[in-house]
Design a protein around this ligand. Sequence first.
Ligand code: ATP
Length: 341
Amino acid sequence: MRVLGIEGTAWCASAALYDAETDSVLIESDPYEPDSGGIHPREAAEHMSEAIPEVVDRVLTAAEAEHGPDAVDAVAFSRGPGLGPCLRIVGTAARSLAGTLGVPLVGVNHMVAHLEIGRHRSGFDNPVCLNASGANAHLLGYHDGRYRVLGETMDAGVGNAIDKFTRHVGWSHPGGPKVEAAAAEFAGDGDDSAPDLLDLPYVVKGMDFSFSGISSAANDAADDGVPVEEVCFSLQEHVFAMLTEVSERALSLTGADELVLGGGVAQNDRLREMLAAMCEARGADFHAPEPRFLRDNAGMIAVLGAKMAAAGDAIPVPESAVDPNFRPDQVPVTWRDGESV
Ligand code: ATP
């Protein structure tokens, strides 16, 4: 089976072809880069309307060159969560492409795709999943036909919380990689002992957590003259310690011994280092997919789309409306029993 996936929930216009027979993924992406500030929904949607046809054309041309006119067996698209104006463009493109090609349409939950790509690449059976993405932060575990939300942010997504600080100090979007670089510079400046941490809010309630207080406190620290590299270091250490603590609690309470990481913030070396150390200490296995599958990408949509299509989980066009608030626990997991891709 070969599935063409389309992603465009926020900033990344992306198309991909997943070939289940060879387990290979071709991804073509075109990111939206705001001139200033964060992601502006109208500008992002304008970007999608121009870039989605181009990335789809590149993938389809490559697929048909290799496999002929019947190269695609299904079209999968991100139904949500995400920005409504962007999702509607992706939905329209996917419906018209599936109709033109005469193949089934598959509606994929973007957060479940962030999770499933880690399970697929690791070969783990039943992991706990930490989704550390821009607009979201969830801990998910599978139980009785659904991915249950074990814990989640009570306010901002983890990437958005970091980006809020970098906007405050005048850095361009996305802020996460710049915070990582600045924190590494600060950590490398001292002697071998770990630098002292600023006293920032650390908010964990069971397996839920909150980032709005720490973003504001980081802004205040920078305004008070604390060097920005020092604030970046403490911000990262606090935020990632919170994510590591709740992940450990989820492993402990579920009895799972596998953790997969997903989402754009998972590209951060320090977050992966902390989670890997925690897993090693408790004898659990840890997997983070390669960066092209962590940030938003159509590869993960195509891979989960293929699993859903193989399970007969296609969607009729009249029922294929996008959902900006589509939660992972709304998705009946149709593909795990007798998984064939
Ligand atoms: P979602 O998947 O929830 O819709 P999203 O659309 O914002 O989120 P992602 O690609 O998952 O997209 O994540 C983007 C976020 O990842 C941005 O907030 C960005 O700052 C952050 N990010 C990217 N690289 C790094 C890094 N090295 N360290 C920390 N954060 C990073």
